[in-house]
Design a protein. Structure first.
Ligand SMILES: Cc1ncc(C[n+]2csc(CCOP(=O)(O)OP(=O)(O)O)c2C)c(N)n1
Ligand SMILES: [Mg+2]
Lengths: 318, 327
């Protein structure tokens, strides 16, 4: 891996963290409305996974989608403008936080109905198989999503038809206020692949390089015709399910314990102790990310609202 | 009488029904430990325990399906769907199973269950957290569909729904959860299903609505009253079966009807009311029946101005009232 890539991954993770912190602030100022689900704590997951994909590989995820959006290369200003519901946002203000998407970047969206995008991922992969492409569809979802029927039908289908899908479960320990073991018959989500005779793995989601390496290997297997794979990535969300979550379902100590394993801190220490980058270089990366976010916030706030007629646009395709 | 919010009234109804009847249980996502996304069930898990306030995995189809089975067994489940937008995975269970049990078994099997779901926009929820879904279910014989507009009705209607031997869909205007306040009678009481309420008397025209738009209609009526237009407001309260008598009597008096709902216009619930009145009150009508509804777009967009353009409000209703009054 060349040094620039190491620094890029660091940049992306810091950028996600800062975008999320800025969004939290904008939410508290009443500039973002509705529901806001932050990705803080999970940055290594999407950063590692997306860094391993090729541009032809499709990505589709759930509503906790700001991280993926940044990783696929949507500029922070277009993400923040969307969060503010502005016309310049990546979904023209129509979608908001949960519905970022940019098909040009092969990002097939955040999806708010839990589990509903899993069968859709199967369809995308069916297209690639039909066309003889070796692209893989990477479908991300939470632990909670593995309890709904969509998940089971989609996994089964993908295996029966030997489709190129990488199923990525971000196990952040909770589906809203429900701990995994209170909702799932198996504690390790990877075990759900066994019922579908599907290869599976469990990866430390706080370590971006581990996530990246695991994803590279699995993508190779799938690309070679190996069929679908369920990868469980173990992680933690540091903030509430969405803004305003009283978090009565977990102890502060538990959150603290996970915060001591901050994925950004882990990665920074790794880069420093292996002498891959100097502290000054990493500080400089952080400064650049800060600057991008400052400019993005300004852009988002100054952007215009959508015009009234936008309400009636794109109901049907021409 | 004390003033409480809409959501407090809903919580009280569940609390009192849990206390009154051991067969009553609540099933839903995060209804227990977390007390519900909107905190409708807050405190009930602590009070009645995990066997009666049951946290379900994320699985709407099963929440409703399990509710049906438990109801067949003789329990009285109250199933919560976190947002009406998430009810579609359970559509089969509701329409094919719950609605048809009594009919297919010639009355031997009954499904005394309630499915509660917050509906509607106006809270910035965007495309998948703002929908109104009543029209889908008001089409299905065997179901009952209830939408309250104020705390006193919400409490009394929910109690009736729990005690009803049939599957009842109970849609709650989430925008009004903390916004709509009102007095609630002391002690145990019910409000009958299938009966509308005339919430304001007037001779010039009739506004038919329910839930959140009823709240706005009352405000609009106040505004136009200052201009000399006397509006009669009907709060439908139950959409299926609906109160035909109250509608016919009001139209006989006023001769003009405006129907208001937030769900989009085409094939919306208002179409049924309009058709019913066109068939049965034709000679009483002095003007074409008017409908004010959400626009025919697939969902309520996220951006604030777009949401505002979508939503009916008191101002839009007042304008429609003036136009109809002038006809
Ligand atoms: C079908 C459906 N049911 C319920 C919800 C409400 N809801 C949104 S997120 C969520 C929890 C999902 O947990 P998980 O899949 O673990 O994702 P995480 O939030 O942890 O990223 C729930 C219950 C929904 N959006 N869609
Ligand atoms: Mg989760």
């Amino acid at each position: 891996m060349d040094k620039q890539l190491y620094l890029d991954l660091y940049y992306q993770m810091v950028l996600i963290r800062l975008v999320e912190e800025a969004s939290a602030q904008l939410y508290q100022q009443g500039k973002i409305g509705g529901f806001l689900h932050l990705y803080i704590g999970q940055e290594a997951v999407s950063t590692g996974i997306i860094s391993a994909r090729q541009p032809k590989d499709r990505v589709i995820t759930a509503y906790r989608d700001h991280g993926v959006a940044i990783n696929v290369g949507i500029p922070a200003k277009l993400v923040l403008a969307e969060l503010l519901g502005k016309a310049t946002g990546v979904s023209k203000g129509k979608g908001g936080s949960m519905h970022l998407a940019d098909v040009k970047r092969n990002f097939w969206g955040g999806h708010a109905i839990v589990g509903a995008h899993l069968p859709i991922a199967v369809g995308l992969a069916l297209g690639d198989q039909y066309q003889g492409s070796d692209a893989v569809t990477i479908c991300m979802f939470g632990d909670g999503a593995t309890n709904i029927g969509f998940f089971h039908e989609a996994l089964n289908l993908s295996k029966v038809w030997n489709l190129p899908v990488l199923w990525v479960c971000e196990n952040n320990q909770y589906g809203m206020g429900t701990a995994v073991e209170r909702a799932s018959a198996v504690k390790e989500i990877r075990q759900k692949a066994l019922g579908y005779n599907m290869p599976n793995s469990r990866v430390n989601g706080m370590d971006v390089l581990e996530v990246r390496q695991a994803t590279l290997e699995v993508l190779d297997q799938i690309r070679a015709g190996g069929g679908p794979h369920l990868m469980e990535v173990v992680t933690y969300r540091y903030r509430g399910h969405s803004m305003g979550d009283p978090e009565r379902y977990r102890q502060a100590e538990e959150v603290k314990r996970w915060q001591e394993n901050d994925p950004i801190g882990i990665y920074r220490r790794h880069l420093e102790t292996r002498s891959i980058a100097t502290p000054e270089e990493l500080d400089e990366v952080e400064r650049r990310a800060e600057q991008e976010v400052t400019e993005a916030v300004r852009f988002a706030e100054e952007s215009p609202e959508p015009p009234p007629e936008a309400l009636f646009e794109d109901i049907y395709a021409e | 009488m004390p003033e409480i919010t809409l959501i407090e009234a809903i919580r009280q109804a569940m609390d009192e029904e849990l206390a009154r009847d051991e067969r009553v249980v609540i099933i839903g996502e995060d209804v227990g430990k977390r007390g519900g996304v909107f905190r409708a069930t807050q405190g009930l898990y602590e009070k009645y325990g995990p066997q009666r306030v049951i946290d379900s995995p994320l699985a709407e189809l099963s929440i409703v399906g399990v509710g049906i089975g438990a109801a067949l067994y003789g329990m009285r489940p109250i199933c919560e769907i976190q947002f009406a937008d998430f009810i579609y995975p359970a559509f089969n269970q509701i329409v094919n199973e719950a609605a048809k049990m009594c009919y297919r078994s010639n009355g031997e099997w009954t499904v005394p269950m309630v499915i509660r779901a917050p509906y509607g926009g106006g809270i910035g929820g965007g495309l998948y957290h703002s929908q109104s879904v009543e029209a889908f279910f008001a089409h299905v014989p065997g179901l009952k569909v209830v939408i309250p507009s104020n705390p006193a009705d919400a409490k009394g209607l929910l109690k009736s729904a729990v005690r009803d031997p049939n599957p009842v869909l109970f849609f709650e205007p989430k925008k009004g959860y903390r916004l709509i306040r009102g007095e609630v009678p002391e002690g145990d009481y019910t409000v009958p299903l299938g009966k509308a309420k005339i919430s304001r008397q007037g001779a010039d025209l009739t506004v038919v609505s329910y839930g959140m738009t009823h709240y706005y209609a009352l405000k609009a009526a106040q505004v136009v009253a200052a201009e000399g237009i006397e509006t009669e407001i009907i709060d439908l309260r139950t959409l299926l079966p609906f109160d035909k008598e109250t509608l016919l009597q009001s139209v006989k008096k006023t001769g003009k009807v405006l129907i208001v709902h937030e769900d989009n216009l085409t094939g919306g619930y208002g179409a049924e009311i309009a058709a019913f009145l066109a068939e049965h009150a034709f000679t009483d009508l002095d003007a074409p029946i008017r409908r004010l509804a959400g626009p025919d777009v697939p969902a309520v967009p996220f951006s604030h101005p777009m949401q505002d353009w979508f939503m009916p409000n008191a101002e839009k209703i007042a304008t429609a009232i003036r136009e109809l009054a002038a006809f």
